[in-house]
Design a protein around this ligand. Sequence first.
Ligand code: SF4
Length: 148
Amino acid sequence: MKTKILVSACLLGENCKYSGGNNKNEAAIALAEYFELIPVCPECFGGLPIPREPSEIRNGRVYSKSGKDLTKAFVLGAENTLYIAREKNCPAALLKENSPSCGFGKIYDGSFSGKLTEGNGLTAELLSKNEIAVFGESRIDKLISLYK
Ligand code: SF4
């Protein structure tokens, strides 16, 4: 039986990005050779629509570009994603880099200017705190070497 891995659905080509598009990544899709992929979109799991305004984290809270505080929806999305990770017994997750939900290590800095800062998206942070290893798409090789 293959190990189950959570994967940001936008990396698998699902049109769940704020813009209504995706972040299709062939290397992420190819992980299906080694793992059972469990697609997740925390922002959708938090009840946010597609398309939606872009959001970024500022002072620990999540705001849409027009200034709406969406922290509650992002927290709900993170909790629902953790629930699925536990239900499916996933030891690791491949999450889209820089996102206010999925980013791990670096995220957009809250100024909506494309600048990055140190920090984690809400879902990446919650998964990581609950011992689910989080990898961004630039570390797919590492994920394979550790969990294959
Ligand atoms: Fe992709 Fe994560 Fe954003 Fe959903 S919340 S569109 S999975 S980066």
